[in-house]
Design a binder for this molecule. Structure first.
Ligand code: AKG
Length: 270
């Protein structure tokens, strides 16, 4: 369980580091399972398995040889990843942060930055990229499958930015990989954009709010940077389509209804 200090820090900053939730053996099993999925050797398949930079969703021009392997909903291909999403510590702590008694999986996401050629993940806010669900109260649990450090492309976060509203369309990824705002006059008075590195040890979890500005640097090091993020929906999240998303075709409820269904499984109830 998270301490009062951690809960206060999350409220203030929009992200916190948690504990090491997976031991070396558990990480190794997830790494092997990831290899099977990437090699297409599982019977069931994930929703997406692609180089995120091939046709950047973010409209970014990338160096041609850069790669971010993105797998969306690996839990659909691997029971081990479904078990991971239901990890008791992760779920209890996300429920604490969200103030909810129920959690469903919105979707999960592997981001694997290979050594040397791993590319940058553009600065963004998650919820504006998920235009089919509301309210913006989702929380992600990002667990490192390798030590994630500055050199191999750990995430960076902007403290306090989860309270600044939706700035997604004004966010730029600078040449120095730091965030820039196209129209700073739209930011709340007095706020400062001060990104901080969010280094996470192998097996450790970092939590972030779905409105927190975050991004990650390229991996020019010799080590892999693999991670599994589970984006959790508190019990009040509804289907409110104002755009499209890779998960749209998995939705069977009507607009305005709670986003329930087999492809959005409940992984926690209090
Ligand atoms: O793994 C990364 O570098 C980015 C992941 C991310 O944007 C997220 O989990 O919301």
């Amino acid at each position: 369980m998270l301490t009062v200090e951690q809960l206060e820090a999350f409220e203030r900053d929009g992200f916190i580091k948690g504990e090491v939730v997976l031991n070396d053996e558990e990480v190794e099993l997830l790494r092997r399972e990831l290899d099977l999925v990437l090699e297409g050797r599982t019977e069931k398949k994930p929703v997406l398995n692609r180089n995120l930079l091939d046709k950047s969703e973010y409209g970014m021009s990338m160096e041609a040889n850069e790669t971010i392997v993105q797998v969306v909903n690996i839990w659909m291909a691997s029971d081990l990843y479904l078990q991971h999403a239901a990890n008791r510590t992760l779920c209890e702590e996300v429920a604490q942060l969200a103030g909810t008694d129920t959690l469903r999986i919105w979707h999960d996401q592997i981001q694997y930055k290979p050594p040397v050629t791993g590319g940058p993940t553009k600065w963004h806010q998650d919820h504006p990229l998920w235009p089919i669900i509301k309210p913006s109260e989702l929380i992600s649990a990002w667990v490192a499958l390798d030590d994630a450090v500055i050199e191999n492309g750990c995430m960076w976060m902007v403290p306090g930015s989860h309270t600044w509203g939706d700035h997604q369309r004004h966010l730029l990824h600078g040449a120095d990989h730091m965030p820039q705002h196209k129209r700073p006059e739209l930011l709340p008075a007095g706020v400062e954009i001060k990104p901080v590195p969010f280094e996470i040890k192998k097996g450790q979890v970092g939590y972030h709010h779905c409105m927190t500005w975050h991004g990650s640097l390229p991996n020019h090091s010799q080590t892999k940077r693999r991670a599994i993020a589970v984006h959790y929906m508190p019990g009040n999240i509804r289907f409110e389509p104002v755009g499209n998303h890779p998960m749209s075709k998995h939705i069977q409820v009507q607009p305005g209804e709670l986003l329930t269904g087999a492809d959005f499984p409940v992984v926690y109830t209090k």
